[in-house]
Design a protein around this ligand. Structure first.
Ligand code: FAD
Length: 303
C-alpha cells in the first residue's frame, strides 16, 4: 500500500479530521461519490439510476458510533430509508454498517437495532445487507449474520478477498445459502491476516466468486475491475449460471459507463448510493483506493 493510500486510510478513522470536515463542510469532491446530505437528494439520485435500468442500494452514512443515542439515531435513519424506498417505489435495497448501530457499545444493542430494521424491511419486502468493516469486527459480524439468518430471509452480508480466511468463510456460509456481496476489501489490514499483494487479492477474489456461484448461492459481485467483469461473464456462460443468480455492484460516481453497458447487455447492475452528513470516512476510503482521485479533488478545490 502506498504512503498516500495509508494516509487516507488513517484519516478515514480520524475523529478530529471527521469533525473538522463536518464543521467546515469541506465537501471538496465528496459529492462525486455521495448522493447528498438530504433525503430528497438520495431519492432523486436513486430515481435517476432506476430510470436508466439500474438497481440501487441506499446507505445512510455512519460508522464507529460510541453512544447509545447515536446508535439509536442511526437505526431511525435506516428505518426512515426503508420508508423512503417504499413511499417512492424505489428499486433499492438497504446497506448498513453495523458499527453505526452500536456494535462497539454492545452486541445486544446492535442486535436489538438490527432486528428493528429487519422487521420493518421484512414487512416492506426490502433486502438488508450488513456490510463488512475492518477485520476487528469480522468474526462478530459473521456471527450476528448467522444468528439473524435463522430468523430472516431478507438479510445478506459481505466477504473480502484480501483476508486469508475468506475461502473458508465462503464454504461455512454455504450452509446458510448466504446472499453475499463479494469485494476485494477497503480497509488497511496487517500482513498476518491479509494479502498485501494486489495480484494475490485479485486471484483470491476470482476464486471466491467462482466457489460461491458454483455452490449455487446468490452473488453481488462488487467491483469496477474490467478484467474481473470479463472473467465473470465467461465463467457464468461456460457454467450455465443464470443471470438471475448474480448481480454486478458498483459505487455511485465510479464507472457509470460500465454500469450502463452491463445493464444494456441484460446483466443485473446495482449501484451503491450513500447519503447523509457523515461522509468523511467513506470519502477517504475512496481516495485511498485510487490516488488519481486526489487530483480530481484538488482541481475541484481551485474551481
Ligand atoms: P480495483 O482493483 O481497486 O480497481 C479496478 C479499477 O476500478 C480501477 O483501475 C479504476 O478504474 C476503478 N476504481 C476502483 N476504485 C476506484 C475509486 N475509488 N475511484 C475511481 N475509480 C476506481 N469494501 C469493504 O471492505 N466492505 C464492504 O462492505 C464494501 N462494500 C462495497 C460495495 C460496493 C458496491 C463496491 C463496489 C465496493 C465495496 N467495497 C467494500 C470496496 C471494495 O472492497 C474495494 O475497495 C473497491 O471496490 C475497489 O476495488 P475494485 O474491485 O473496484 O478494484
Amino acid at each position: 500500500m502506498s504512503v498516500m493510500s495509508s494516509t487516507f486510510q488513517g484519516l478515514a478513522k480520524n475523529k478530529m479530521a471527521n469533525k473538522m470536515a463536518l464543521r467546515y463542510g469541506l465537501k471538496f469532491g465528496a459529492d462525486r461519490f455521495v448522493a447528498g446530505d438530504k433525503e430528497e437528494e438520495a431519492v432523486r439520485c436513486v430515481k435517476e439510476l432506476n430510470n436508466q435500468g439500474l438497481l440501487t442500494m441506499l446507505n445512510y452514512l455512519g460508522e464507529y458510533v460510541f453512544t447509545k443515542e447515536a446508535a439509536d439515531s442511526a437505526t431511525g435513519h435506516c428505518i426512515r430509508t426503508i420508508d423512503l424506498i417504499t413511499e417512492n417505489n424505489l428499486q433499492s435495497n438497504l446497506s448498513v454498517k453495523i458499527t453505526s448501530l452500536g456494535l462497539d457499545i454492545s452486541r445486544e444493542l446492535c442486535m436489538e437495532n438490527l432486528r428493528k430494521i429487519l422487521n420493518r424491511a421484512r414487512r416492506d419486502n426490502v433486502f438488508v445487507r450488513i456490510e463488512m468493516e475492518d477485520s476487528s469486527h469480522c468474526q462478530l459480524t459473521l456471527d450476528i449474520y448467522k444468528e439473524l439468518r435463522a430468523e430472516y430471509d431478507n438479510i445478506g452480508t459481505v466477504l473480502q478477498a484480501y483476508l486469508h480466511r475468506t475461502l473458508g468463510d465462503i464454504e461455512d456460509l454455504n450452509r446458510y445459502k448466504a446472499n453475499l456481496r463479494l469485494v476485494k476489501g477497503a480497509y488497511k489490514e496487517p500482513a498476518s491476516i491479509a494479502y498485501q499483494d494486489k495480484a494475490k487479492v485479485d486471484q483470491n477474489y476470482m476464486e471466491m466468486i467462482k466457489q460461491h456461484l458454483m455452490n449455487g448461492n446468490y452473488a453481488g459481485i462488487a467491483t469496477h475491475d474490467d478484467r474481473v467483469v470479463e472473467q465473470v461473464k465467461k465463467f457464468v456462460a461456460k457454467n450455465n449460471i443464470d443471470k438471475d443468480n448474480f448481480e454486478f455492484q458498483m459505487l455511485h460516481g465510479i464507472r457509470g459507463d460500465l454500469q450502463k453497458l452491463l445493464a444494456s447487455q441484460g446483466y443485473r447492475v446495482r449501484v451503491y448510493v450513500p447519503y447523509g452528513v457523515d461522509w468523511f470516512g467513506y470519502f477517504m476510503r475512496r481516495l485511498a483506493e485510487r490516488p488519481e482521485n486526489v487530483t480530481f479533488v484538488l482541481k475541484n478545490l481551485f474551481k
